[in-house]
Design a protein around this ligand. Structure first.
Ligand SMILES: [Zn+2]
Length: 113
């Protein structure tokens, strides 16, 4: 019998992709916290430029985005916002909020259980 691709199976995979993005984001947030902690006593703390991992749905993505910790914290004030390289935006699970030359800020659609 051929395998039916059920709606349920498709939803699970979207969920997995969103989970991948969340994992990438947690990773980046931990990086920022570390840098902010390390530089707390210095004057240039918030203008630090860092390399962030692209937060797309591909778990093995290795693209790097350069932005300041300040910019990054701005993006992530909204829990559904993620940063991705322009070629990695997935319009079926997210929409573009702001475009920059080297990265995009996207907003993830809500995933219902
Ligand atoms: Zn990516």
């Amino acid at each position: 019998m051929p395998n039916k691709t059920t709606a349920k199976a498709r939803k699970a995979s979207v969920k997995q992709r969103v989970q991948n993005e969340s994992d990438a984001k947690i990773n980046n947030e931990q990086k920022v916290e570390k840098v902010v902690d390390d530089t707390e006593d210095t004057d240039q703390s918030l203008l630090h430029t860092m390399s962030f991992n692209c937060e797309c749905d591909n778990k093995s993505c290795t693209e790097i985005i350069q932005m300041s910790t300040d910019e990054y914290e701005n993006v992530h004030r909204k829990p559904n916002n993620f940063v991705v390289v322009p070629s990695h935006v997935k319009l079926d699970i997210e929409k573009i909020v702001v475009k920059f030359s080297n990265f995009l800020i996207v907003e993830k659609f809500a995933v219902k259980d």
